[in-house]
Design a protein around this ligand. Sequence first.
Ligand code: HMG
Length: 384
Amino acid sequence: MEVGIDKIAFYTPKYYLDLVELAQARDVDPNKFTIGIGQDQQAVIPNYEDAVTMGVNAANQILTDDNRQSIGQLYFGTESGVDNSKSAAIFAAKLLNLSPYIRAMEVKEACYGGTFALMMARDYVKLHPDQKVLVLAADVARYGLDTPGEVTQGGGGIAMLVSAQPKLAVIEDESVFASRDVADFWRPVDRMAALVDGHLSTEIYKEMFADLWQRYQKQTQAEIGNFAAFAFHLPYTKMGKKALDEIIDQADEQQAERLLEALKASQAYARRVGNLYTGSLYLSLLSLLQQDAALQAGDRLALFSYGSGAEAELFTLKLQKDFKQIIAQQKVEEALDARQRLSVAEYEADFQKQLYDSSQNVESDYPKDSQDAVFTGWRDGQRI
Ligand code: HMG
C-alpha cells in the first residue's frame, strides 16, 4: 500500500530582516552573506510566536473539519520546544481542535526531528490505513547578535498530513540513516540560543550525506540519474550546493545541469526565510515543487535530512498524479512578499523583547485582532 504526504503547508511570521543591511551593520562584505552563505533575507520571530504557534498556523492552512476528526496521531518535531516536560503536540492538538483520542507526541533530535516524525507517521499509517497522521516541524533558529551563526538564523513551521493513497507524494520504503556522536551544534538546557562549531557542522553534514548516498546506492543499485532532483536540509542555501557537489561527478553533463537547476528551485524560499531547523528540508521540498516547472508526476526525488549531534537520513519520494494541483494551493511567495521589513535596530530590539522568564506574569506584544494562534504571555508559570 502506498503511503505518503497528502498535503503540506508552511507558515512564517510576518517580519523579516534584509541581510545586506545586516552585513553593513556588522561591517561585513554583503557578498559574503548573499553569495558566500547564499541568504538574502531572514525571518524575524516576534515574542508572540513560538514553535507551537508556527506549527499550528501552518496546519490550519490545510486541515478540513473532516481531517481534524480523522487524525489518529500528531507528531511534532522541534528543537525549540516550549516546555521541558509537556509535549508541544499537546498544546497544538488543543489549538487545532483535534479529537482527544489521539497520541500527541514531541520528537527531538536537532533538525532531524521532523524527519523522524514523518517516518513514524508513514509506519503508523501502513498499519492503520484508515487513519491520517499530522506531522508538524517548527522552530526558531537563533544564535545571537553578532555571532558567526547570526546570518543563518530564521524560523517557521511546516505541517504535513500523512495518509494512504496520498495526493502529493509517496514515501518510498527504502531509506538509509545513521547516528554519530559529534559536538557540532547543541543547546544546553539553560540556554535560549544554540552553541555551534559551524565549520565542523558543515563538514559532518557533507560526510554523512556522501556516506549515506553510497550506502543507499549499494542497498538499492540506484544511480544519480534515477532522480529528477535532490532536496536538502538547508541551514543556509550554500549548504545544498556543497552537499550536491559531493556526488555531482556521478552525473553526466545533462543530468548535472538538470540537478543544479532543481537545486536552485529548492533553495528559493530558504533564501528568504533562513533556517527552520526541523522544517527546513520540507521548505526545500515545497520550494522545489512550486519553483521547478520541469517536474512531472512519477518523478522520483531524493531527500537528505541532517540534524546536528548527529543524525541523518536519505529517503525518496515519488510524485503523484495530481501533485501540481495540490501544491498550487499554497501561496508561499505571496506570503513572503507581504512580510514587513524590519531595520537592524528593530531586529535587535526583538531579541530584548523575548519572554523567556516564566516567573513573571507578562503579556506578549500579540496583535489583539489576530486570527492566528499566538503566545499571549505567562500567567502563574503557565504558557498561554
Ligand atoms: P563563517 O566563518 O562566518 O563564514 O561561518 P566563512 O568564512 O566560512 O565564509 C562562508 C562562505 O562565504 C565561504 O564560502 C567564503 O569563501 C564565502 P565556502 O568556502 O563555504 O564555499 N565568502 C565570500 N563570498 C563572496 N564574497 C565575499 C566572501 N567572504 C567570504 N566577500 C557558517 C559560516 C555557516 C559556518 C556560520 O554562519 C555558522 O556557524 N552557521 C551555523 C551553523 C550551520 O548552519 N551549520 C550548517 C551545517 S549543520 C546543520 O545543518 C544543522 C543545523 O541546522 C542545526 C540542527 O541540526 O539543529 C545548523
